[in-house]
Structures are given as structure tokens and as C-alpha cells.
Design a protein around this ligand. Structure first.
Ligand code: MN
Length: 733
């Protein structure tokens, strides 16, 4: 088939002109140029593409922009985004291109649209609940949702060109997901059109039947309406009202539903239409004028007392305002009458988009639009709990405490809010969690403790050498991850304890002490340890020595002697540890490792009950709880007291930071993480990498046992190709 490209080009420009006409009212200085630029970029990007109908693809974004301008009332930013909405997904243009050409706001919105369509449109069937989650959390800007709606509306209008199975999928999605959304947003016209089109493709027969009957009965209905309106017109004009009065047919979809759910025949439905009276009146007179009109009508036609609805005094939660009554019309027929003002009618048909028009001081239209968008957002986030009719539509409050993130393949995982990359890893699989060394979120390397945001795409980096570490418990919030980590730590201790058992047995043997269960338990009690496993563990990590065993044997042989042994062996321990550090305390509510000094007045040693006291000039000082000064300090300066407790020294490792500088070689990051994960007992707390113009800079915070340990690691990292410099840094927080 030959295509007349010249004619097409003209048609494209034609449609563009129509678009400009639709948004003319609201254009500010410079807006025209931006829209023109977006139009040209979109034309160029889509130039080789055609729709299923054979038409140039660009017709679609132009039509979507037209809907946004005309039927939703979006401003320049929205129109620009609508024109570009399919470029990043379907063409060579990237988000970076968009942000370079149109700035961050536009690229943020396009990003949301691209992500949403990646999830929704490419999933075979998405559940309503997930759909809402995706929409709400991926739409940092509410315009994303509105443009998505416009996109769907145009796709529904052109659905005839799709294959049957696609038609079914798209149409039922529209009925179940998009139409309720439009309703929630108060976009009544769009909602009705979506519903009718949805029905047309899901139940073509049912749709056609009702459409035909409506057409057939149209003249008769028209006569009835005229007869009904006639006398009212006269009185209202007499009373000085400026108004429009007309019959409003119900949508095919709503009639179809009535036939189906209530089992009534088409002929029996009395409210195939409603009479609408729209009065033009200033805002301060709205309520009283509507009620005046109500009074006039009910003087003439008798109202049904149980069918009065006053949504003027209490608007519906989607903003709907109107006064509804049902009256007995000619020929003994009930007729619904809707009374409202021009403003209310505009809002009911076009949603909150129409709001900006009715705000006083319309000085800055774009900022009015912003505040409108904010209002929609609030509405979506906080549905009115009293508005029962919307409960089924948007249960947003149910998942405000959840986030969801995606695997690289696009599988969605729902997690509690504030979940971290490590939680995500455990959510995928226990094995993945246990071997996790870091993650890439949206292609950027992040530490295990990175707090996820909804919509993040998370790739977990693993290493076989990695095992769960004690402080991982601080990085996770899900019960699942916590219990898995605890289990694994327990397992680790158990294994170590098994070795310790043999070590201890040999030591007992040396001192000619029988290694019996009773002796082991006795020794345990002497050391005040909770279990023999704990004792074995200590033996394995070198914390039980011959001197201690000897002391216990002596104690056994001279019972009744007062015990001081709790301090004696520990003092030794302190000396050995003091070489490496004094960092055996954790301080504060979150049990941080902070610098401190041991107070000379009571000389606390590991195992003592202690507290920290913030001094004016010497930082935190550690006192024993039974220190003679303690009571004075506690009672006079309670606010300067911090919690402190001794840690099992074997679990202690120190946080150290290193900075890596180099050239941005392929695989550099991977090689670095590999080396760190291959190193025994190194736990990465955070990693951050930045590249800029071929240069590479990385900061890694890791837990190491001592400086020897750290320099060993640094030596290995220096060998990585591309690394030019490594230096130690302090933790930045
Ligand atoms: Mn589209």
C-alpha cells in the first residue's frame, strides 16, 4: 500500500494545531515554545513507528495530550509529558535525553510513566490491589496517573485495531482498574466513556442490544422530556434564574448493569435518563438557589420523600456536589432530577481539573494547578472513611505501610515500609540473604542497610564466602530476615562450639580433670555462663585458659570460700584486650560504639554493670553502677547519663572507612566487592561508588578486627586493576 507521506505530514501538523487550540487558554509566556519542542522531539523519535491501524504513531501521543488538555485540564508540563509519554519506552530516547531537553520535572514524570507501563502493561494479569499500589507509589507526581488515564482512554478509543485477545485483556483491565480510578478522581466523563468502551469489547452483544434499544426509544423519550421540562422552564424564567435544563441519558454501562444485577427488563427501567438543571449563579448563592429550584420543582411535581440526596451540604468524597430528587412526572413515571450550578456541573464532569477555574484570585494558574494536583494526591492517600461507596474503590490506607520493589526480571515483592536491601535479599530466598554482600538499586551500588523506596529495582550481589553477621540484625526490619539471621548465627556458634568442646577436653586432660558432664556444668556455673555451648564457644575462640580452669579446681577443693573470681580472670582479659583497643563497650540506646574513658574513681572492668556519663571536657566516662559517685551523678545529672554495656569481646569488630580512587575500568566495582567478600570476617557496612568522566571514587565502610586485618585488605585492594590510591577515612555521618 502506498502511503502519502506529504498528506500525513500535513495531518500531523493539523492535529498539533488542534492541540494548541485546546490549551491556548492557559498558555503563559514561553509555554508554546516548550510544547512545540516536545512535539518535534516526539515526532522525530516516533518517526519510523506506526500504530496497529497503520497510522503514524505520533497521532497517539498527540491525542493523549489533547485529552490531557481538554478533558483533564492539565497545564504545559502535563501536555509536554503526554507528548513524550511513550518515547523512553519505545524509542531510542533516554531519560537523560529528556531531562537534558526538558528538565528534571518532565523526566521524573516520564520515568514514572515508563516504569508503570513496564509493570502494568507487560504483566499478563495484574490484580486490582497491585495495580493501585503500582500507580500510587510510582507516581511521585500525580500527573503520571492522569496521563496514564488519558493514554488508556485513547487506547480504548482505538481498540478496534487490536487482536481479539488483546482487546479482551485491555477492555477488562479498563473496567476493573481504570474506570474506578477515573471515578475516584472525579473524572466522570472519562469514567463513563471508559465503562461504555469496556463493555463494548467485553460483552459486545449486551452493549449492542442496549445501544439499539436506546436509539429506538430515543424519540419517545425526547417527547417526554420536553413535556416534563416545559412548565418548569416558564416558572424558572419568571423567577429570574439563568439556567439550562435538559435530559441526560444514563450510560449504556450503567443500564446494562441494572439489567444484569437487578434482573429488570430494559423496558422496566424508569431512570434511563435524568433531568438536569444547571443554574448560573454566584458561588455565595449556590446553596440557597439550588434549594429554591428544588422547591419550585417539587411544587409542580410530587417528590418521593426517600429519594432526596443532598450532596451540596455534604459533597461526596470525590468532590461531587449536586442536589438529587426523584419526582412523579407525567404519565405516572418517576423521574430523577439533578439540580446543580455551572461550577458543580463542570466539576462533576471534569473532576478537580476544573477547580482552578473557580478559585478566586487566579493570579498564578500553574501554581493553582499544583495545589489541585496536591489535593488529588491527598484524596487518593486519605480516602474519607465515611464514604462507604468508595471503600471498595481504593483501599489505599491498607498499604500505606508497605513498599514494593522489583527484581531485575520485574517480579514484584511487597515489603513493610523502611525495609532494606538486605530484607529484600531474604525475601527472595534465604540463601540469597545469607550470601548477600551488597545490592544494586536502580543500577547503583548501595550498602546492605540501604532503605528501599517503592518502585526500586533491586539486584542483590552475593558471594559464597559471605555469612550472616551479628550486626546484620540492625540492618533488617522484617521478621523473616531477623529470624533467618538469628538462626544462622546460632548455627555458626554451634559449629564453633563443637570445636571448642575438643579444645576444652584437651585442657581438662592436661590438668587431669575428668571431662564429664557434671564437671563441665560445674565449670559453667563457676563462670556464670548460661550453657555448656556458651562455654565451648568461648573455649574455641580462646577465651578459656588453663589459669581459669586451675582457679576453678582450687575453688572446687575449698568450698565455702567467698567468690571474687568474677573479677580476677576478667582483669587479665582486659589487659590482653587493651592492647588492641578499649572499644569493648557499646553505649546509648542504640548501643553504638563510641569513644569513652574508664573512670578512675571506680575502675570498671568488663562484666561490671556500668553506665556512661557525658562529661563537659572529657567525653563519655564509664562508671560502675555501684561507684560511690554514681548516686550523686544519677540524681543530679540524669539527663547526662547514657546506657552502656559490655559486649562479648569476640563479637567486636571495628568500623573502618577506606576511600578508593582510580580510573573507571570495566568490572572495577565487581572486583573490589569480590575482594572484600573473599576476605574472612570482613563485613561491609556500606559501599558507595561514584564515577565521573572516567574517574572513579569509592567509599567503603567495613568492620575489621584490627589494623593488621585492615592493612591486609588494603594491600589486596591495591592490586585491583584501575585502583590508583587507597586511603583510610573516618566514618561520615
Ligand atoms: Mn501510550
Amino acid at each position: 500500500m502506498e502511503i502519502d507521506l506529504e498528506a500525513e505530514r500535513k495531518e500531523i501538523l493539523n492535529r498539533y494545531k488542534l492541540l494548541m487550540k485546546a490549551c491556548k487558554r492557559r498558555l503563559e509566556k514561553g509555554d508554546k515554545e516548550i510544547i512545540r519542542k516536545a512535539f518535534e522531539v516526539a515526532v522525530e523519535a516516533h518517526k519510523e513507528m506506526r500504530r496497529k491501524s497503520g497510522e503514524p504513531y505520533i497521532y497517539h501521543p498527540i491525542a493523549v495530550a489533547q485529552i490531557c488538555a481538554e478533558e483533564i485540564g492539565l497545564g504545559t508540563t502535563g501536555i509536554v509529558c503526554a507528548l513524550l509519554h511513550d518515547t523512553v519506552e519505545d524509542t531510542d530516547l533516554t531519560l537523560e535525553d529528556i531531562s537534558g531537553l526538558f528538565g528534571d520535572k518532565v523526566s521524573q514524570i516520564i520515568n514514572g510513566l515508563t516504569k508503570i507501563s513496564g509493570v502494568i502493561d507487560n504483566t499478563s494479569s495484574i490484580q486490582a490491589e497491585n495495580f493501585r499500589k503500582v500507580l500510587l507509589t510510582m507516581s511521585e507526581d500525580i500527573r503520571v496517573i492522569l496521563i496514564k488515564l488519558a493514554d488508556r482512554l485513547h487506547n480504548m478509543r482505538t481498540l478496534e485495531h487490536m487482536k481479539r485477545d488483546k482487546q479482551m485483556k485491555i477492555a477488562s483491565e479498563t473496567l476493573f482498574l481504570y474506570a474506578p480510578l477515573a471515578h475516584r478522581l472525579g473524572l466522570n466523563t472519562i469514567k463513563t466513556e471508559l465503562e461504555d468502551l469496556g463493555l463494548k469489547y467485553t460483552d459486545t452483544e449486551g452493549y449492542n442490544e442496549i445501544a439499539a434499544k436506546l436509539k429506538e426509544t430515543e424519540p419517545e423519550r425526547q417527547r417526554f422530556i420536553e413535556k416534563f421540562i416545559e412548565p418548569l422552564k416558564e416558572i424558572l424564567t419568571e423567577q429570574g434564574f439563568k439556567f439550562k435544563m435538559f435530559g441526560r441519558p444514563k450510560s449504556i454501562f450503567s443500564i446494562f448493569n441494572k439489567v444484569k444485577t437487578k434482573g429488570v427488563l430494559f423496558e422496566e427501567i424508569y431512570d434511563l435518563f435524568a433531568i438536569r438543571i444547571v443554574i448560573d449563579t454566584p458561588q455565595e448563592l449556590e446553596k440557597s438557589d439550588c434549594w429554591k429550584v428544588y422547591s419550585i420543582i417539587t411544587d409542580f411535581y410530587h417528590p418521593s420523600p426517600d429519594r432526596l440526596r443532598d450532596w451540596i451540604s455534604t459533597p461526596k468524597s470525590n468532590g461531587y456536589e449536586s442536589l438529587h430528587t426523584t419526582v412523579m412526572g407525567p404519565q405516572g413515571k418517576w423521574v430523577e432530577v439533578q439540580i446543580r450550578t455551572v461550577r458543580m456541573d463542570d466539576l462533576a464532569e471534569n473532576g478537580y481539573a476544573a477547580h482552578w477555574k473557580y478559585k478566586a484570585h487566579a493570579a498564578d494558574k500553574e501554581s493553582k494547578l499544583e495545589s489541585w494536583l496536591l489535593r488529588i494526591r491527598e484524596m487518593l492517600e486519605n480516602p474519607d472513611p465515611n464514604a462507604l461507596e468508595f471503600i471498595d474503590d481504593f483501599k489505599l490506607n491498607l498499604f500505606s505501610d508497605e513498599l514494593f520493589a522489583f527484581t531485575p526480571k520485574g517480579d514484584m515483592k511487597t515489603l513493610p515500609i523502611h525495609s532494606t536491601a538486605l530484607d529484600f535479599a531474604f525475601e527472595i530466598h534465604t540463601q540469597v540473604g545469607e550470601h548477600c554482600i551488597g545490592a544494586k538499586v536502580n543500577h547503583k551500588l548501595v550498602p546492605l542497610s540501604y532503605a528501599l523506596k517503592s518502585g526500586d529495582q533491586v539486584e542483590i550481589l552475593t558471594s559464597n564466602k559471605q555469612t550472616p553477621k551479628e550486626d546484620w540484625l540492625n540492618y533488617v526490619i522484617t521478621a523473616k530476615a531477623k529470624s533467618k539471621i538469628k538462626n544462622s548465627l546460632k548455627e555458626q556458634r554451634k559449629k564453633i562450639a563443637e570445636d571448642g568442646r575438643e579444645i576444652l577436653e584437651r585442657k581438662f586432660y592436661k590438668l587431669k580433670m575428668d571431662f564429664t558432664l557434671q564437671n563441665v556444668n560445674d565449670f559453667c556455673n563457676y563462670l556464670k555462663l548460661p550453657s555448656s555451648q556458651e562455654l565451648f564457644y568461648r573455649a574455641a575462640v580462646g577465651n578459656v585458659d588453663l589459669k581459669e580452669i586451675k582457679a576453678w579446681i582450687r575453688f572446687k577443693e575449698t568450698p565455702g570460700k567467698p567468690q571474687h573470681k568474677k573479677e580476677a580472670p576478667k582483669l587479665e582479659q582486659l589487659v590482653t584486650n587493651a592492647r588492641g583497643s578499649t572499644n569493648m563497650l557499646v553505649i546509648g540506646d542504640d548501643m553504638q560504639k563510641l569513644d569513652y574513658k574508664l573512670s578512675p574513681c571506680c575502675n570498671p572492668i568488663p562484666g561490671d554493670d556500668v553506665f556512661g556519663f557525658i562529661t563537659v571536657s572529657e567525653g563519655i566516662k564509664i562508671h560502675r553502677v555501684n561507684c560511690p559517685n554514681a548516686i550523686k551523678l544519677l540524681s543530679n545529672y540524669a539527663y547526662r547519663v547514657v546506657k552502656a554495656k559490655w559486649m562479648n569481646d569476640q563479637m567486636i569488630s571495628f568500623l573502618a572507612g577506606i576511600k578508593i580512587i582510580g580510573t573507571d575500568e570495566i568490572g572495577l566495582v565487581n572486583n573490589i566487592t569480590k575482594i572484600i567478600s573473599n576476605e574472612n570476617n570482613v563485613n561491609m557496612r556500606s559501599i558507595n561508588f561514584d564515577t565521573d568522566g572516567g574517574m572513579f571514587e569509592g567509599t567503603i565502610m567495613i568492620y575489621v578486627h584490627d589494623t593488621k586485618h585492615l592493612s591486609h585488605l588494603v594491600e589486596n585492594l591495591k592490586k585491583v586493576k584501575g585502583v590508583t590510591k587507597i586511603e583510610r577515612i573516618d566514618e561520615k555521618h
